[in-house]
Design a protein around this ligand. Structure first.
Ligand SMILES: [Zn+2]
Length: 140
């Protein structure tokens, strides 16, 4: 039980706005990513915050956040954030780190090594949301 409480405590710290992340593998891998980053850089003096989680398609055919039922304007209909697609994606705001450390830590997780870091996409620009720059990663 103690291990679970500690684990919940870490994910809660990384998710201060309580975005819904129903997939336990996503929660575990976010913790692993954070731990890997701390190991890579040797300190915790950086920003790491969950800024997006599960989504669903409403009866009107639009994509909504499972967290607060708000319309997610730029979400794709096949988004990996969707619960029907396994709720495999998470959005993060990470600042104060070099990009290389981020990708080293990411490679130690089961997240797909593609995303946006400090507003710059490593492998593709298709995922860059101009109105809300963030890192979008998802489980393979
Ligand atoms: Zn996303």
């Amino acid at each position: 039980m103690r291990r679970i409480e500690e684990s919940n405590s870490l994910i809660s710290k990384l998710n201060p706005d309580n975005y819904q992340l129903s997939n336990p593998a996503v929660r575990a891998e976010v913790e692993k990513l954070y731990g890997g980053l701390v190991e890579e850089v040797g300190h915790t003096n950086f920003e790491f915050k969950i800024t997006g989680g599960d989504r669903y398609i409403g009866s009107d055919g639009k994509v909504y956040s499972s967290t607060d039922n708000s319309w997610v304007q730029n979400s794709k209909m096949n988004s990996k954030h969707l619960i029907k697609n396994g709720a495999r994606a998470v959005d993060l705001r990470i600042r104060g780190l070099d990009e290389q450390s981020f990708y080293k830590a990411l490679e130690r997780t089961n997240f797909h090594p593609r995303g946006i870091f400090n507003g710059v996409t490593r492998y593709t620009r298709r995922l860059l949301y101009e109105y809300d720059r963030h890192t979008h990663i998802f489980l393979k």
